[in-house]
Design a binder for this molecule. Structure first.
Ligand code: THU
Length: 140
């Protein structure tokens, strides 16, 4: 599905929301608080943050939590993701991990991702971040 290009105003607004969202993170182990803000095609914004666990491997990233939050509120069939912005408390470069790239890809290949790069906030599509994602919908 084609989308109009993300505007500077949309980017700014999403970054502001992601920067507010990391403040809610539960990250007592890494102390690395991550926030994500998701913009739908309908102009709705949802936020999420990372939630860690004493059993480290059970920790959940902000990106997957924001998708779960949007689905819980909207219903999966109504979710069309336009963009996701990610921010962190350390203001260090942090692009989505491989697991999150795969999960984001489930919901579209032209989703805009805004993340902190060594040059400041950078904008790429999820297909650029994860070319040739695994897609099982064609198999089952
Ligand atoms: N984390 C995220 O929430 N998103 C990312 O894109 C990278 C990593 C979290 C997972 C863990 O709680 C903490 O950051 C340190 O890895």
């Amino acid at each position: 599905m084609n989308q109009s290009p993300l505007t500077e105003a949309e980017k700014k607004q999403l970054i502001t929301k992601a920067e507010a969202a990391w403040k809610n993170a539960y990250a007592p182990y890494s102390k690395f608080q991550v926030g994500a803000a998701l913009l739908t095609d309908q102009g709705k914004i949802f936020t999420g943050c990372n939630v860690e666990n004493a059993s480290y491997g059970l920790s959940m990233c902000a990106e997957r939590n924001v998708i779960a939050n949007a689905i819980a509120k909207l219903g999966a069939k109504n979710l069309k993701i336009r963009a996701i912005a990610i921010a962190n408390n350390r203001k260090v470069p942090c692009s989505p991990c491989g697991a999150c790239r795969q999960v984001i890809s489930e919901f579209g290949t032209n989703i805009n991702i805004i993340f902190v790069s060594p040059q400041g906030y950078q904008h790429l599509t999820i297909a650029e971040l994860l070319p040739q994602e695994f897609s099982a919908l064609d198999i089952f």
